[in-house]
Write a protein that binds this ligand. Structure first.
Ligand SMILES: Nc1ncnc2c1ncn2[C@@H]1O[C@H](COP(=O)(O)OP(=O)(O)OP(=O)(O)O)[C@@H](O)[C@H]1O
Ligand SMILES: O=P(O)(O)O[C@H]1[C@H](OP(=O)(O)O)[C@@H](OP(=O)(O)O)[C@@H](O)[C@@H](O)[C@@H]1OP(=O)(O)O
Ligand SMILES: [Mg+2]
Length: 386
């Protein structure tokens, strides 16, 4: 069992052997004739017409700028507090150049100086972990209501717990949409995972179960996931964790990136289905690799169209609208899977705050538009108050 093996690589190899995962998770990566995949847009729309480099972006609620920001001869300053990894993947030269052309400037926040002494900022963009930062940014928000803090720390905290992350999903108003939304059955284990075996049965959870650390704290460990095939194997897991029913979904996951009103959806490889035969034969618990976070997109893979078809646009628009208000976030992504064999029954399995936007096609233009929109709103508010 996993506790006796020395490295994650061995676990990965074993999982691959047991689940029949090949190096590309069972899919060949050849072209898929006739269909447009990579970063498929939901609603193509032109960017500002004064910039020939502007890309077509995806928007659910199109907006028009009456006055370009530069006409106001004002700078729009985005203070950022990001890990060096995030800074590298997000703050790429193309983003800085496109933004600068629109009068938007990124300024690093000095973590060794009081935040209120820095700036002035129009926006504070942040993703740092720890209670200390949480308190700093909360205090700053209270003292500087004129600054848009992306996003509020309380809202972020909610999705750093895999239990509260999915709470309230069942009550979302999606009745008129072309799809239905579920969350996998799950239960929390705070201590004594051996004793959880009976509770799992009582709660009616069916094996295999995906075991996920309860807290997401930015460490690799908080993304170490396991597949548990039987009751006995639960004793080997380290709480606190959530145990979630594994949902067969044909090995494809939809990453739904949200930036304010904009939605972009991408396909990623995921775990293959677990057959009944495998359920009967396999026991134990297996660590599995961080499959769907890999940069490799499934957009150009040769996939069964029933599995690969993107979730319907009206469904995603309604879901994102509801989620933005439920979560109080503007920068997040939703990991969704389609129940295998269903037309449009989807499960939300994960929500991530300020995800790896660097992997989202044309994210630079999307963010420039997003900041311009914030600038415009701020400008209008000021005019209104005069
Ligand atoms: N309930 C489930 N049913 C089927 N597959 C699942 C389920 N939960 C997770 N997976 C698989 O495991 C992957 C990782 O799960 P999840 O997104 O919850 O973990 P994470 O550590 O938050 O990952 P990420 O780094 O992508 O945010 C999913 O992308 C999917 O491939
Ligand atoms: O590492 P990447 O850049 O890929 O981004 C990943 C991001 O890590 P980072 O914020 O440290 O960058 C993760 O954040 P935490 O859950 O650990 O907070 C989470 O959002 C993943 O889902 C992202 O992968 P994606 O879903 O976008 O593929
Ligand atoms: Mg996640």
């Amino acid at each position: 069992m996993f506790g006796t093996l020395s490295s994650a690589e061995i676990e990965t190899a074993r999982l691959k052997r047991n689940l029949g995962i090949t190096c590309n998770l069972g899919f060949s990566c050849t072209g898929f004739g006739g269909m447009r995949f990579q970063g498929e847009d939901m609603v193509p729309q032109r960017g500002d017409d004064d910039d020939e480099e502007d890309q077509v972006v995806t928007e659910t609620t199109p907006f028009q700028f009456q006055q370009p920001l530069l006409h106001q001869q004002q700078k729009f300053v985005v203070g950022y507090a990001l890990t060096s990894k995030k800074k590298k993947s997000f703050l790429q030269p193309k983003l800085e150049v496109l933004a600068r052309r629109k009068g938007i400037f990124f300024v690093a926040i000095d973590l060794n100086r009081p935040l209120s002494e820095q700036g002035p900022f129009d926006v504070v963009l942040h993703k740092l972990l720890g209670k200390e930062w949480h308190e700093v940014i909360e205090d700053y928000r209270e003292k500087h209501p004129e600054v848009t803090v992306l996003d509020p720390p309380g809202a972020i905290q909610r999705i750093y717990n895999r239990q509260s992350m999915l709470q309230g999903m069942a009550d979302l108003n999606l009745s008129d949409c072309s799809g239905s939304l579920l969350v996998p059955k799950q239960m929390v284990v705070l201590k004594d995972s051996a004793a959880s075996a009976d509770k799992v049965v009582e709660a009616g959870l069916k094996f295999p179960l995906v075991a996920k650390p309860l807290w997401i704290d930015g460490t690799a460990k908080s993304h170490q996931l396991f597949l548990a095939y039987d009751r006995r194997s639960l004793a080997e897991l380290d709480p606190p964790l959530v145990l979630q029913e594994f949902v067969n979904h044909g090995g494809v996951l939809f990453k739904v990136f949200v930036v304010g009103d904009v939605i972009k959806v991408m396909r990623r490889f995921s775990l293959p289905n677990v057959s009944n035969c495998e359920k009967a034969k396999v026991d134990g618990v297996f660590q599995f690799p961080r499959v769907s976070s890999a940069a490799a997109s499934a957009d150009n893979a040769d996939l069964d169209p029933c599995v690969a078809e993107l979730p319907p646009k009206p469904f995603l628009e309604a879901l994102v609208k509801e989620l933005r208000s439920l979560l109080g976030l503007r920068l997040f992504n939703i990991d969704m899977i389609r129940e295998h064999g269903s037309k449009n029954t989807f499960y939300v399995i994960d929500i991530n705050y300020f995800p790896g936007y660097g992997k989202m096609p044309e994210y630079e233009q999307v963010f420039v538009d997003f900041f311009q929109n914030l600038a415009q709103t701020k400008h209008k508010k000021r005019q209104h108050c005069k």
